[in-house]
Design a protein around this ligand. Structure first.
Ligand code: HSE
Length: 379
């Protein structure tokens, strides 16, 4: 199969490199402005109108012009494979509909989980089982920061700059540390696992930018470990809850064993039970390998990540309840009836709450950006 490649950055060059070694896949043209070679063009039309190119891989990242290019590719009747979670979380519904209309493939297996074959297996699970919950540690940068603070007593800023130097962080690392990268991946996983499109603004999302060593000290003293976790759950009636928040997990929980930038993605199905996947959620070759797995799947006949019945769903996070940890300067901001216990650490109050709804907690803490809060998952 002859393919076109949009973007020759980190992942694109990985795709190019691995494709050289594969039989049956030839990268015929690459859209790239920065370099010159006989296979490189700076005009998208050279790819979208080339009758020999059957499939286009997008590894440019960003929303624009990736969205316009994706639409052009599909309108020209070519299969489309992308690793761009921003594109899919914003336009996945529309692009899937366009792909269905044109009878071509649209796959995004590498856009959540990087090198981990998570979405591909989740898709199979949805097709033969009822997936009831999914989530995990889906961002390497924040896991690297949290692990460095907890295993190496490193401060937040230093850990973030190490993660950036190692190439894990997004161009704008605020999307990592504020939980938005994780949120986008949860949208993709929910589309595949539940056949449900969820809007970003409907997912309560809190990142780790407020975490301090005081939180690490508290977690250690209580035999807990801080991780940034995504979770979406579907009840028997089909209502979905979905949220992203720091979580204090038991020191012997699987999440606590996920170190440095490694990702941990899981789903639970009525027949399968709990299935989990651990691996590189980012990086040139792991992500490129997963992109090429999608290309091979298209060759083998795969077409879509979601079914034609995939619907837009508004999550309800009022029924999802659990205890929380909160560190806050002004403890009077927390309703007294929520407080199960509290102690003062470094001049701030550390609180453990009774079970509180995810929606209520996120609503309250939206007004307290300097405070750190985390769900508590003891067992
Ligand atoms: N910045 C992302 C991460 C890259 O740290 O996981 C992969 O999506």
């Amino acid at each position: 199969m002859k393919i076109g490649l949009l973007g020759m950055g980190t992942i694109g060059s990985g795709v190019f490199e691995i494709a050289q070694k594969l039989d049956g896949i030839e990268v015929k043209k690459v859209l790239e402005k920065r370099f010159q070679a006989d296979y490189i063009t700076d005009k998208i039309e050279d790819i979208t109108t080339d009758p020999e190119i059957e499939l286009v891989v997008e590894t440019m990242g960003g929303l624009h012009p990736a969205y316009e290019f994706a639409s052009e590719v599909l309108k020209n009747g070519k299969h489309f494979v992308t690793a761009n979670k921003l594109l899919v979380s914003a336009y996945g519904e529309e692009l899937t509909a366009l792909a269905h209309e044109k009878g071509v493939a649209f796959l995004y297996g590498a856009a959540c989980g990087g090198g981990i074959a998570y979405l591909a297996n989740l898709k199979i699970a949805r097709e033969i089982d009822r997936v009831t919950a999914l989530g995990g540690i889906l961002n390497g940068t924040t896991n690297y920061i949290l692990d460095s603070m907890q295993s190496r007593d490193m401060d937040y800023a230093q850990a973030l700059s190490e993660a950036q130097a190692l190439g894990y962080a997004e161009r704008d690392p605020s999307s990592d540390v504020d939980g938005l990268d994780t949120q986008r991946k949860l949208i993709l996983a929910s589309s595949v696992g539940f056949d449900a499109y969820i809007k970003p603004e409907d997912i309560p999302t809190r990142g780790i930018s407020a975490v301090k060593m005081a939180d690490v000290t508290y977690a250690r003293a209580h035999n807990l470990v801080i991780r940034l976790c995504a979770r979406a759950e579907r009840n028997a009636e089909g209502a979905i809850s979905a949220y992203v928040e720091p979580t204090l997990v038991a020191a012997n929980a699987p999440e606590a064993a996920i170190l440095v930038n490694v990702n941990y993605a899981w789903y639970s199905g009525e027949s399968y039970g709990l299935m989990s996947y651990i691996g590189q959620g980012a990086g040139k070759l792991p992500t490129a390998a997963n992109v090429l797995r999608d290309v091979q799947s298209v060759s083998a006949g795969a077409r879509y990540m979601t079914s034609e019945n995939c619907k837009r769903v508004q999550p309800d996070n009022s029924a999802a309840c659990h205890p929380y940890y909160i560190r806050i300067a002004d403890a009077s901001a927390i309703p007294a009836e929520w407080i199960a216990r509290s102690e003062v650490l470094d001049g701030e109050t550390c609180i453990e709450t009774v079970p509180v709804s995810v929606q209520e907690m996120h609503n309250l803490m939206a007004n307290h950006k300097d405070a750190f809060f985390a769900g508590i998952q003891r067992g």
